[in-house]
Design a protein around this ligand. Structure first.
Ligand SMILES: Cc1cc2nc3c(=O)[nH]c(=O)nc-3n(C[C@H](O)[C@H](O)[C@H](O)COP(=O)(O)OP(=O)(O)OC[C@H]3O[C@@H](n4cnc5c(N)ncnc54)[C@H](O)[C@@H]3O)c2cc1C
Length: 300
């Protein structure tokens, strides 16, 4: 019986494991190793690690965790979580092995659904990104494409404009812009193209042009693609945790969900802003919540 099982070994789960390990709690952390940012060569905006690769940050975190003997990290995918009659949790992994824990932390992150456009996957994480705060600085003042993929094109265009004034919005079937929004964007010199995209053209990960269905190409040197997000794992919904209107797991200030003993941290709960440093901070906060609740229980 572990004090806490953590599902997810991204910054949220790893940070929670560190804080719980230091609080002398026994922790089993399960991670199948598919973090959202794995396609990126470099991560930005994490103070002291600006520009480090996701793999490098992960390795440092694992090395730090190795100093805490009560933390065990398992590279496996959790398939099932059951809440037992005594309030503890039974987890079963893909190999059929099972574990029990008094508390459960969901740090499973999100999965993104990208628009299905030929060429996009080869460029994603190299010169086409989903977040201006993460990668806008590297693309500043370049001719950029904003590839629509959800209903937030106006918001995204206003944000990306901060990094480059040479902006081409490709709605590609996502026509969420109101006429007055289109006007406000065009007034600032932002181009809006409603033609379907045939392909994103580029080599070695570098976008060079957007090719439209009529064959015309417009040169671009980078871009932002709007994705749709969903939970990477089904456990919150299966356990009956309340969800936010944005599809995140609802938590209080200590990471507690609506189900006793279940906590959540990172992208899976907060959705936006999706940032490594925010996820790590949330993991720390949930770990403190878990430790405080267990301590109170021991003295009750
Ligand atoms: C292309 C891209 C680039 C980005 N660049 C930046 C950047 O430069 N700077 C920045 O701050 N943020 C960046 N982000 C955002 C950042 O990656 C996320 O905010 C952050 O990774 C969230 O951390 P997390 O711990 O909540 O989830 P994740 O990092 O996604 O980790 C969740 C982990 O849970 C595991 N998991 C899920 N289900 C299971 C299961 N059933 N069993 C076992 N394990 C499971 C996953 O495999 C994964 O390893 C980027 C995102 C993308 C997509």
């Amino acid at each position: 019986m572990f004090d806490c099982a953590i599902i997810g070994g991204g910054p949220a789960g790893l940070s929670a494991a560190l804080v719980l390990g230091r609080a002398r709690r026994s922790v089993a952390l399960f991670d199948e190793g598919k973090p959202r940012n794995r396609v990126a060569l470099a991560s930005h905006g994490f103070l002291t690690r600006d520009g480090a690769s996701p793999a490098e940050i992960r390795k440092i975190a694992h090395d730090e965790l190795a100093a805490y003997p009560s933390v065990s990290v398992r590279e496996s995918r959790v398939e099932e979580v059951v809440r037992e009659a005594d309030g503890s949790f039974r987890l079963t992994d893909a190999a059929g092995e099972s574990w029990r824990a008094a508390r459960l932390l969901l740090a499973t992150g999100l999965k993104e659904l990208l628009p299905e456009i030929p060429g996009l996957r080869e460029l994603y994480g190299r010169s086409l990104f989903c977040c201006a705060y993460c990668d806008g600085w590297e693309m500043r003042d370049r001719p950029l494409a904003l590839v629509a993929g959800n209903d937030h094109t106006f918001h995204l265009a206003k944000t990306v404009f901060n990094w480059s004034k040479d902006l081409l919005i490709c709605t590609n079937g996502y026509d969420s812009l109101e006429p007055e929004q289109e006007r406000a964007l065009r007034e600032r010199g932002i181009r809006i193209d409603h033609r379907p995209i045939e392909r994103l053209v580029g080599e070695d990960g570098q976008l060079s042009a957007v090719r439209f269905a009529d064959g015309e190409e417009i040169a671009r040197a980078g871009g932002i693609v709007a994705e749709r997000l969903r939970q990477a794992a089904p456990f919150a919904e299966r356990l009956g945790c309340a969800m936010t209107p944005y599809g995140g797991i609802e938590i209080d200030g200590a990471g507690r969900t609506s189900v006793p003993g279940v906590y959540a941290a990172g992208d899976a709960a907060c959705i936006m802003p999706a940032q490594l440093v925010v996820a790590a901070a949330e993991g720390s906060r949930a770990a403190i919540g878990i430790n405080e609740d267990m301590t109170d229980e021991a003295f009750a």
